[in-house]
Design a protein around this ligand. Structure first.
Ligand code: ZN
Length: 157
């Protein structure tokens, strides 16, 4: 079964500073004029779920829904940033990786083209979407779709 992992959560915002105090450079109004380049895009990581300031623990101890909690934290941060007059637009982003629940390898499936190539076929029942990592994943994929199981599996599966 394909397992999706999400990490590297971040809020990406486009900032169009009008003057240098929008960067936090205060007290320079007497000598600085307008900002003449930009807008700029910056990425901001959410504070770790397990980081409470006065104590720090693993995310698993702090949350029963790590992905959901990071997403909500990022959306809250994004909403707060968008209230700033010099923040133009933004989005929440994360990195997704997919692994196999049986063998923990990267989840990869055959495209229609690959499935049509005899070199990639387990047998004549191989179809598009069939996983390639391990026999257990193929067996599961076929059972879900009513496709004939692999021959010579030894009966233990
Ligand atoms: Zn696998």
């Amino acid at each position: 079964m394909k397992i999706t992992h999400r990490d590297d959560w971040r809020v990406i915002v486009t900032i169009a500073p009008r003057n240098i105090s929008d960067f936090g450079f205060d007290g320079l109004g007497d000598i600085a004029g307008p900002v003449t380049s930009g807008p700029i895009e910056v990425a901001i990581a959410p504070r770790r779920l397990g980081d409470f300031g006065w104590v720090s623990m693993g995310d698993r101890l702090a949350s029963n829904d790590i992905d959901g909690d990071y997403q909500r934290r990022c959306e809250e941060l994004l909403a707060a940033l968008l209230k700033q007059p010099h923040v133009r637009e933004g989005r929440v982003a994360c990195a997704e990786t997919h692994t196999c629940s049986h063998c923990q390898l990267r989840w990869e499936v055959l495209t229609a083209e690959e499935a049509a190539d005899p070199a990639n076929q387990q047998d004549e029942h191989t179809v598009e979407g069939e996983p390639v990592c391990c026999e257990a994943a193929i067996t599961e994929f076929r059972a879900e779709r009513g496709i004939r199981a692999l021959a010579e599996t030894g009966g233990a599966a």
